[in-house]
Design a protein. Structure first.
Length: 87
């Protein structure tokens, strides 16, 4: 497993732990703003994890497709993901 995928996996594991903590916060009837802050923190981790995955994809799959003269489809995929990411 390459370094980008390992970093993404670690961020996802951290996110999972935080989500479990958020669920416990809800069960414990914790303050709503504190829960919201934790949700935002998890969203940040997920975005960072996605960035690692996309970085690895661009540097491997997209690069290979471009070198083979078949890059347009891969570039369109990335643009589609970025469009969703930006919204």
């Amino acid at each position: 497993m390459n370094q980008q995928r390992m970093a993404a996996k670690n961020l996802l594991k951290t996110s999972k732990g935080q989500i479990e903590g958020i669920i416990k916060m809800i069960d414990d009837d914790r303050y709503c703003v504190d829960i919201s802050k934790q949700i935002l923190a998890v969203q940040g981790l997920l975005k960072k994890s996605n960035l690692h995955i996309l970085d690895q994809h661009i540097k491997s799959c997209v690069k290979s497709a471009i070198l083979e003269g078949k890059g347009d489809e891969k570039i369109d995929e990335i643009i589609n993901v970025l469009d969703k990411y930006i919204k």
